[in-house]
Design a protein around this ligand. Structure first.
Ligand SMILES: Cc1cc2nc3c(=O)[nH]c(=O)nc-3n(C[C@H](O)[C@H](O)[C@H](O)COP(=O)(O)O)c2cc1C
Ligand code: SF4
Length: 519
């Protein structure tokens, strides 16, 4: 029997040479006449070890990393195929502290299985959620999702089961399920990793959503910057269709579900659900006023369920293992696990799935290992470009929707970006407003005009022009944007701006003092 050697085909691994590593391993195996199959698995999410090569041995999978293409011949000479000793040998990947500390419910298979193998997916528990769903029927599926406590992982944290029920109860000749895979937040990559590393999981979650809500068509809206995810999904959809898991009769049941991938054109605002619907309909992505909710009047005017990749991908576990098995993790109203993404100046960057409740300090200092540069941590932005900056003084904040909101922050899609002491927080505040100005869809005045006036005001503060008055003006502008904007792009931009002002006032003041003598 051939031996399986795993070399991630994940975009992050390919970016550091995984394709060349895979080719070198195949060439070495051929030279030695060994029967080796190189499987392009997903990433385990421990990026400092990419390219992480894993070899199947009689005593389990043995990892080596980070492997560079020119090191392969030496590794093979040292006994790579037997799990032999080498400075790059890291042992069993599951035993690595970064992976061992995690609770992988959604990412259980990512990096472990062959993402394009239906057999591998089934052998690792795949389709058990769909089987349970078919036995339960729509109402009981929705009840299970409600009981699990799952909340939307796209940013707003809205209870998933309630949204599903709204679409289920909407009467219409056609309903849709739309997966939001636009993943525009800075420092986030969990959706991408999942689509590349376990695409059948997302398909299974969407099929279950279709059965639950009565929707027979689904679309995955993927950003164009994710070509690997698009290819992985398209292949997996073709395989699932050929196996009868998608199509007019899902797994021989009376339920039908067709699924297609649609590629976005690269606007941050097209991640906002109603702008996304406009984009899917072939229009310029512009935010729609609510009501009506997309659950009532969505894609092509029909009731539409819109969920993030991670929300949909959490569902098969809930159906297969029971709502309580999911709900038992977490704290307060934040139930289950969150795939957190550690990025920026951090030693152990990557994907860390854990139950809600871990503190920000544990995440940055223990899990992340502090900064990669070795400089002190100064600020951490959580929740993408619209998230607040947290200083180390707030590192006791538990990862929990309400705890973050209580400190004027948000957890969003779980992106955590670490900044060291060289960061200029006045620059970051300016950047937030500039980003909003560039990405604004232009529909409402506080965002369209306010963001540009905000950039000018920060510039005036930086130039030392009437700093006290301009600071008051900036705060007033933030209030107007927060309460007067139609969507969260304009409405949440004040979070990074105000948190920079509140927690790092010295950056604004120092700037003023430094520049004042020059006037
Ligand atoms: C400007 C803006 C950008 C957004 N980008 C995304 C995104 O990239 N992915 C996502 O899932 N949700 C995004 N959202 C949130 C969506 O509007 C919506 O709440 C989400 O897709 C609902 O799915 P969920 O309930 O599963 O989280 C964005 C919202 C705003 C205001
Ligand atoms: S807040 Fe900005 S992005 Fe949102 S609707 Fe208004 S102009 Fe468009």
């Amino acid at each position: 029997m051939s031996q399986r050697v795993f070399v991630p085909g994940d975009m992050a691994a390919v970016a550091v040479g995984a394709d060349a590593v895979a080719a070198a391993i195949a060439a070495e195996a051929a030279r030695l006449g060994r029967e080796v199959v190189v499987v392009r698995n997903g990433s385990r999410g421990l990026f400092e070890l990419e390219t992480l090569v894993e070899v199947e041995t009689p005593s389990g999978r043995i990892g080596y990393g980070p492997v560079l293409p020119h090191e392969v011949a030496g590794l093979v000479a040292a006994g790579l195929f037997e799990g032999g000793e080498h400075p790059k040998r890291v042992g069993r990947p599951e035993d690595l502290p970064f992976l061992k500390r995690q609770t992988r419910l959604t990412f259980a298979r990512c990096g472990v299985t062959d993402p394009q193998s239906l057999e591998d997916y089934r052998a690792h528990g795949g389709w058990a959620g769909l089987e349970a769903a078919l036995a339960l029927g729509p109402e009981a599926i929705v009840d299970a999702v409600k009981a699990s406590g799952l909340r939307g992982r796209g940013g707003a944290g809205f209870p998933t089961g309630i949204k599903w029920d709204t679409v289920r109860l909407a009467a219409a000749p056609q309903k849709y399920v739309v997966c939001n895979a636009d993943e525009g937040d800075s420092g986030t990559f969990a959706d991408r990793m999942l689509m590349e590393g376990d695409p059948f999981l997302l398909i299974e979650g969407m099929v279950i959503a279709g059965i639950a809500t009565g929707a027979t068509r689904g679309y995955v809206y993927v950003r164009s910057e994710y070509p690997f995810a698009i290819a992985a999904l398209e292949r997996a959809i073709a395989t699932a269709s050929a196996a009868g898991l998608l199509g007019p009769s899902v797994a021989g049941s009376p339920y039908g579900f067709e699924l297609e991938v649609r590629v976005g054109a690269g606007a941050y605002v097209c991640g906002e659900e109603t702008a996304l619907l406009d984009s899917l309909e072939g229009k310029r992505g512009q935010v729609r006023a609510k009501p009506p909710l997309p659950a009532h009047v969505g894609l092509f005017g029909r009731p539409t369920l819109i969920n993030n990749v991670l929300s949909l991908a959490a569902v098969p576990f809930i159906l297969a293992q029971g709502a309580d098995a999911y709900r038992d993790f977490g704290l307060g109203r934040s139930r289950g696990t969150m795939p957190i993404q550690l990025a920026g100046d951090v030693r152990n960057g990557g994907l860390f799935e854990t139950a809600f409740g871990i503190t920000l300090g544990e995440l940055v200092e223990d899990v992340g290992g502090g900064t990669l540069s070795g400089r002190p941590v100064r600020a951490v932005q959580v929740g993408g470009p619209l998230g607040a900056y947290f200083p180390p003084a707030l590192f006791d904040t538990p990862f929990d929707y309400e705890a973050f909101a209580a400190r004027d922050g948000l957890i969003g899609h779980g992106g955590v970006v670490v900044f060291n002491d060289t960061v200029d927080m006045a620059e970051q505040a300016r950047f937030a407003l500039e980003f909003c100005a560039v990405e604004s869809c232009g529909k409402c005045t506080p965002c369209r005009i306010g963001s540009t006036r905000g950039v000018e005001t920060v510039d005036r503060i930086a130039a030392g022009v009437r700093p006290a008055e301009n600071l008051a003006l900036l705060q007033d502008l933030c209030e107007t944007m927060k309460f007067g904007s139609l969507c969260a792009l304009g409405g949440f931009t004040p979070y990074p701006v105000m948190s920079a002002l509140t927690h790092f006032p010295e950056d604004f003041a120092a700037r003023t003092r430094r520049l004042e003598p020059a006037e």
